[in-house]
Design a protein around this ligand. Structure first.
Ligand code: DC
Length: 231
């Protein structure tokens, strides 16, 4: 059977990665979390003191981009690939609200985007990949066979992310999470380089009122139809 490329874009905390992982597992495809790469670069910038609440040394980050090596290693216990920064497992550290607070600023930098898009395109070279992010159907894989655009209300998304962070033991408030979600929506959709927009040929999935199973079934159906078309 032909392998296809599946591009999943959408707002933050719409459950893109959950469904992308499920679909990749069912098809035996590789799952790539492109947001994790922007988070790794953000963690690097924080660690090197290049970004803080009132300062961002963009030029220094651009200069140091060559020092940032991003990789993924499959963790069979967790069932997905964890992110590494220069050989160190940073999977947990990139998911904090601190990293979420700075990541959209980092993702605005064109030099960062160019570096990450090149890595992403290389990872998808042989197809058989499910990748989620903000510009996958528009910039990274404009010829993807199936493009999905995921959305849900900001309140619903903040509630989901809030629950996730609490379960991990992070002490955050719902209001802080909602603020982060709406701020990131704004920056992601208004940035000059590769803003989050729905590709013309993408199918919108609003999952505000869908269960995880309902959403998975719906998407799997679309995958099957696309695979039949490709035969
Ligand atoms: O999917 P996520 O929430 O982990 O992504 C983190 C941030 O990275 C998001 O706010 C915007 C940015 N991003 C991007 O600009 N392009 C992508 N393809 C993926 C993520």
């Amino acid at each position: 059977m032909n392998k296809i490329t599946i591009a999943i874009d959408g707002y933050s905390s719409t459950g893109k990665s959950t469904v992308a992982k499920q679909v990749a597992k069912t098809l035996g495809y590789i799952y790539v979390d492109s947001g994790a790469m922007y988070r790794v670069v953000t963690l690097y910038a924080i660690q090197k003191g290049l970004i803080s609440t009132d300062d961002f040394n963009k030029e220094a980050l651009i200069y140091q981009l060559g020092n940032i090596e991003i990789s993924f290693q499959f963790n069979p216990v967790l069932g997905f690939a964890e992110a590494y920064l220069n050989g160190v497992n940073v999977e947990k550290r990139i998911r904090t609200l601190e990293v979420s607070g700075y990541v959209s600023k980092i993702a605005e930098v064109s030099e960062v985007r160019r570096k990450l898009v090149a890595i992403q395109q290389q990872m998808g070279e042989d197809k058989g990949v499910v990748m989620d992010g903000r510009d996958i159907g528009t910039v990274v894989f404009p010829n993807a066979a199936l493009k999905l655009f995921m959305t849900a209300t900001a309140e619903e998304r903040a509630q989901r992310r809030y629950k996730e962070l609490l379960e991990r033991g992070d002490r955050v408030t719902y209001e802080a999470v909602l603020k982060n979600v709406t701020e990131r929506d704004y920056i992601d959709t208004h940035r000059e380089d590769s803003p989050l927009i729905k590709a013309k040929d993408a199918i919108t999935i609003d999952n505000s009122n869908l269960t995880l199973e309902g959403q998975y079934e719906k998407i799997l159906q679309l995958v099957r139809l696309t695979l039949e078309d490709e035969e």
